[in-house]
Design a protein around this ligand. Sequence first.
Ligand SMILES: [Zn+2]
Length: 142
Amino acid sequence: MNLLNLTTLYPDEESCKAKWKEFRDEQQIVCIHCGCKEHYWKKDKENYECKQCGYRQSLKANTLMHGSQLPFRYWFVAIHLLLSAKKNLSAKELQRQLGHSTYNPIWSMLHKLRRAMSNPHTRHQLAKVVELNAAASTKNKK
Ligand SMILES: [Zn+2]
């Protein structure tokens, strides 16, 4: 998986969002209000609605993206860079790569990702999200 594969697989915000939703569906959504595991997907509002109590949560809620205003695509790129052995990736460098105007949200994202990925299980899960189709997309090339 290189940066070109990544941008081919996830050319825009929509494709990243769709992939993240797929991941969340696999993980199963649990209502933080009542613990119910059945939800409706509200496509127009892009959130899950609990079938039992009606509590809504966004795609980012209760994940490491919780409360983040940054696009999904930023997260995907950052995960990719961290997986690509860029252990010394600085927030400043990431900010430059993403072309984002402010430093703090990028620093915060990187910090959350580093902490999450120090857990091997989480690291593996995130790798699966971002790089799942890497093998397939290579195979498809003649
Ligand atoms: Zn509920």
